[in-house]
Design a binder for this molecule. Structure first.
Ligand SMILES: [Mg+2]
Length: 153
């Protein structure tokens, strides 16, 4: 079994990076992808970590479970930046366990057999469960025991 962690909103603070570099579209809560692409890979590579999420993935790995990353970004520079971020903060994750798809809404279509997805978006959690795998909604209250409970089910 592999326990996959989402990146944005779980391990790294994507929204804060958008605030910091003013990458929101005016009036609506949507990212300005064009501006992010102009900034390039450093937009992603220099995101702040979310300490609670990082602690959880490290604790799960320390217990000997196979951990991985399940993330999404459609830009090539985004993919590169995310890999740089992982190299910096989670260098021990095996490369074969790093999945970065183009469309976050399609995560469940790439669901790995016998896996658990930990994600901060309720619809992604629901979709992942719908295809027969396990998923946990990430919040800042999520504990190691909550994850172990699901692993044990
Ligand atoms: Mg997310």
């Amino acid at each position: 079994m592999t326990i996959y962690f989402d990146m944005d909103g779980v391990l790294c603070d994507f929204e804060h990076r958008c605030d910091e570099l003013d990458c929101w579209k005016p009036d609506i809560h949507k990212c300005n992808w064009k501006k992010m692409e102009e900034i390039g890979h450093s937009f992603w590579a220099d995101m702040n970590p979310i300490q609670h999420g990082l602690d959880l993935i490290n604790q799960v790995a320390k217990l000997g479970y196979d951990v991985g990353i399940f993330s999404a970004v459609h830009l090539d520079c985004g993919k590169q930046g995310k890999r740089e971020w992982l190299q910096k903060y989670l260098p021990n994750i095996p490369k074969k366990n790093i999945i970065i798809v183009r469309n976050g809404n399609m995560k469940h279509k790439f669901a790995v057999k016998d896996s658990i997805l930990i994600d901060d978006k309720p619809e992604k959690v629901a979709n992942y469960k719908m295809v027969g795998e396990k998923a946990i909604l990430y919040t800042d209250e999520l504990s190691l025991n909550d994850i172990l409970d699901v692993i044990g089910q």
